[in-house]
Design a protein around this ligand. Structure first.
Ligand SMILES: C=Cc1c2[nH]c(c1C)Cc1[nH]c(c(CCC(=O)O)c1C)Cc1[nH]c(c(C)c1CCC(=O)O)Cc1[nH]c(c(C)c1C=C)C2
Length: 552
């Protein structure tokens, strides 16, 4: 029986791989799936490297570039765990009782402070003690008049000026590497928005047990997973975060391996998709690929960054290009543990915006204590003999930091040569990139000296600049996603759906859950024909991948 319905997935990141995987698990056998991976996935934010340890022959350390752990809690956490089990991966759990689970810090006013672990803890945090009388405002303040506002405006309106400068801006650095004055409160901290809308006060709403943001689809999914895999409950109850021996990237590798053994799935590696042409009457999409013959399919699910999708379309959708993505420089530092120890073990520390002009003019977002956060990833003699730290730099401050550094370089060059630069642009650029990496390296080492009092020289230093790695949900994001939902439905009638970190959640768990939702929805639109085979048909409620934007 030859396949009659062909679905294409664009993008080889965790969202694209998960979408293809869920399609392969749920679509009837006559449906074929093509995954166009695009640029090399290993260049991405979820990449892990294993590096030989020069001081301990035979030993190796794992260096991560981006998020290094997953949370098992909530419906999205449970959903990822179910995938982990289905792929026979072995999670390395970090128990709730470990220092990494209990101690997250914020460096402010020359001191480390423990980050609160609950929203109520945040409202009564010592860093905010002087502002507490204003926090009482939350109980009497009215709700936001519009549909959205920045995190800073929300927090200032409810709790008074200054709240967002310390605690909140630091937390926003640790998840979005973003700017509290630009990010949408509704899309990033939906719980706060809903507590205010439903109870008129964040504190009151919390006391009343409110704030959960779960769609009907989430609730059904949770019920299904808990019923089918009751054994996950124990793991969730005991585990704060988990990773894998070879890092988070094990998940993408396992998905790719599983897909490559499935006869219905074709993986087009390093395929550069140029253009998408839609024929609504024939229900066909023509995919043009650089250097290859075009491929015709019945439906496309794009898991590409949204500006990349815009480049493939004839129509213009401002919603795809409104939000920028930030660049984060990641500096992995490996010290010999005999010479370098943490005073307070934990997950790491974050730097708030308010510290920026004082100690953090170099754009430091925070530092992860890797060997404490996810122990057990280093092998052989390196285990327990290294202190691994990762500094994250830039984010929303990246361009300013780079501009500042270039200006500094030019001033130094002029001082040395007494003349302005005359080298070619290319030479200047590569020279600057090298200088930039060495600047990030020095910034990271100096920050660790200053904040953690670690003076020894690191044995391994790796700098990686993750370009455009975290999409920034600016104010009005959800409304733009709702508008996009309507226009995609109108213009493509189910021939194009979208998923990925640029739309409805940046976390790995969100990306996987949203991939599942779009894949299962597309499969549910397959209609059985007289001969018993399944075919994709156009319908009033064609799938776009953005349906849940109406429930958030
Ligand atoms: C210092 C900067 C960063 C640190 N992690 C990230 C940045 C930019 C990236 C990141 N962190 C989280 C996410 C989303 C979830 C995911 O995909 O796993 C992303 C993209 C999770 C996260 N990290 C912190 C918090 C409070 C959260 C939310 C969920 C959770 O509680 O796990 C805090 C945090 N991040 C970093 C540090 C050093 C830190 C706390 C001390 C590093």
């Amino acid at each position: 029986m030859s396949p009659r319905t062909h679905i294409a997935v664009l993008g080889g990141g965790i969202s694209g791989l998960s979408t293809a995987w869920y399609l392969a698990r749920t679509a009837p056998s006559n449906v074929s799936i093509s995954l166009f991976e695009g640029a090399r996935r290993t260049g991405g934010w979820l990449h892990s490297d294993r590096v030989n340890d020069p001081k301990h022959p035979g030993g190796s350390v794992l260096l991560e570039r981006g998020p290094r752990s997953l949370r098992p809690q909530g419906v999205s956490g449970l959903n990822t765990l179910e995938m982990v089990k289905a792929l026979s991966l072995e999670p390395e759990p970090v128990p709730k009782t470990s220092p990494a689970a209990m101690n997250r810090f914020i460096f402010s006013r020359k001191k480390m402070h423990k980050l609160p672990s609950t929203l109520m803890g945040a409202l009564t945090h010592p860093l905010l003690a002087t502002k507490l009388p204003r926090a009482g405002l939350d109980l009497v303040k009215g709700s936001c008049k519009g549909d959205d506002e920045s995190i800073q405006d929300f927090v200032t309106r409810r709790f008074g000026k200054g709240f967002s400068d310390d605690l909140i801006s630091a937390m926003v650095h640790g998840i979005y590497a973003g700017d509290v004055s630009k990010l949408s409160v509704r899309s990033t901290f939906g719980m706060l928005y809903h507590l205010e809308k439903d109870y008129g006060s964040v504190a009151l709403g919390l006391l009343m047990g409110g704030g959960a943001v779960e769609t009907p689809w989430d609730l059904t999914l949770k019920e299904k997973i808990v019923k089918n895999m009751p054994e996950l409950k124990n793991f969730v109850d005991l585990t704060s975060i988990y990773s894998f021996k070879n890092g988070i990237e094990e998940l993408s590798r396992a998905l790719e391996k599983d897909l490559s053994t499935n006869k219905r799935v074709t993986i087009h590696k390093e395929s550069h998709v140029d253009k998408l042409d839609f024929d609504l009457a024939d229900r066909n999409v023509r995919i043009s690929i650089k250097g290859h013959n075009p491929v015709n399919v019945n439906s496309v699910i794009s898991a590409l960054p949204s500006p990349k999708l815009q480049n493939l379309l004839s129509n213009t959708y401002p919603e795809l290009t409104h939000n920028p993505s930030v660049t984060v420089a990641v500096v992995n530092l490996v010290y010999e543990s005999e010479k370098a120890q943490l005073e307070s073990p934990g997950f790491g520390y974050l730097i708030p915006r308010s510290e920026n002009s004082v100690v953090n003019h170099q754009g430091l977002l925070g530092v992860v204590f890797d060997s404490c956060a996810v122990p057990s990833q280093d092998s052989g003699p390196s285990r327990d003999k290294v202190l691994k730290l990762t500094a994250m730099i830039g984010g929303h401050m990246f361009d300013d930091v780079v501009a500042h550094q270039h200006q500094h370089e030019q001033e130094q060059d002029q001082d040395h040569s007494g003349a302005s630069q005359s080298s070619s642009t290319v030479a200047t650029k590569s020279h600057s990139n090298k200088n930039l990496e060495s600047f990030f390296k020095d910034s990271a080492i100096n920050a660790v000296k200053k904040h953690l009092h670690i003076d020894s020289t690191p044995e391994i230093v790796k700098v990686h600049i993750n370009r455009d790695c975290i999409p920034q949900y600016f104010v009005g994001h959800l409304q733009r996603m709702q508008a996009l939902d309507q226009t995609l439905r109108r213009d493509y009638d189910g021939l194009l759906a979208v998923t990925g970190a640029g739309y409805l959640g940046v976390s790995v768990n969100d990306c996987i859950k949203n991939a599942r939702e779009v894949a299962e929805d597309v499969v549910s639109k397959l209609e059985e024909e007289d001969d018993g085979e399944a075919k994709l048909v156009g319908k009033q409620e064609a799938i776009t991948g953005l349906e849940r934007s109406w429930f958030l």
